[in-house]
Design a protein around this ligand. Structure first.
Ligand code: PGA
Length: 259
């Protein structure tokens, strides 16, 4: 087997419904101040603020030429139309958003997003030349019943339906066990490695050699204290971080641990 290709780690901060645009500006400025060029050389760092903050954060990143990549947490799959409250991928692309999270378990569970909707969203994000971060993960019941690998492989197949091998190049998948999100509980390094191997195999079956270019992030209670250990599990290319991304110093510590 050929040696594992080197993928630059990506650390993504999912701010969820936290930080108004003033607070967001402070956090991103502090993060940029703390992030040294040598850190940014070895790890990509993205922030995913709420919609109301995106323009402010975009302006700060571009004006100060920060080594920070702009992301979003969600979008609709249609280009435009009568969808009260929604934001289209094209609107995000216009703000130079690079990464959009799709299929986060909170969107699936709280807002009823199905695999089919997630797939439409993934394709709409790709169409607008942004990169989806497709989230997959099992519940505690599913893990205890031994169904983890089957569940995440199914979510990947469904989420990437009608996506070509060419489009999948450079795409990001985040493995986030639902029971680890916001709970302080994390899987063991062996459990993370098992799931990431299963994900990589599912990708290889579907996309052949292009599967090697897909980045696999781990997410769920990543903290400065456990980041180094989790990030060095086999086939982990970075982290999707919720709570610990809200403070610049904590998020930076995670990014440094991953580099
Ligand atoms: P957490 O959230 O780091 O607060 O567990 C992760 C996520 O939901 O992406």
């Amino acid at each position: 087997m050929s040696p594992e290709p080197k993928r630059k780690p990506l650390i993504s901060g999912n701010w969820k419904m936290h930080h108004n645009h003033f607070e967001a500006l402070q956090v991103v400025q502090k993060l940029s101040y703390l992030l040294r060029t040598e850190d940014a050389d070895v790890v990509d760092v993205s922030v995913h603020p709420p919609f109301t903050d995106i323009r402010t954060v975009q302006t700060a990143i571009e004006t100060d030429k920060m080594d920070i990549i702009l992301g979003a947490q969600h979008c609709h799959f249609e280009e435009k139309g009568a969808f009260t409250g929604e934001v289209s991928p094209a609107m995000l692309a216009k703000l130079n958003v690079a990464y959009v999270i799709a299929g986060h378990s909170e969107r699936r569970e709280v807002f009823g997003e199905t695999d089919e909707m997630v797939n439409k969203k993934v394709r709409a994000i790709l169409k607008c030349e942004m990169t989806p971060i497709l989230c997959v993960g099992e519940s505690l019941e599913e893990r205890e019943a031994g169904g983890t690998e089957e569940k995440v492989a199914r979510q990947v197949r469904a989420g990437l339906a009608k996506v070509s091998a060419e489009q999948v190049a450079g795409l990001v998948i985040a493995y986030e066990p639902i029971w680890a999100i916001g709970t302080g509980r994390t899987p063991t390094v062996e459990q993370v490695a098992e799931v990431h191997t299963a994900l990589r195999n599912a990708l290889r079956q579907r996309f052949g050699g292009q599967a090697e270019t897909v980045q696999l992030l781990y997410g769920g209670s990543v903290k400065p204290e456990n980041a180094r250990q989790l990030m060095h599990a086999a086939d982990v290319d970075g982290a999707l971080v919720g709570g610990a991304s809200l403070k610049a110093a904590d998020f930076l510590a995670i990014a440094v641990a991953c580099g």
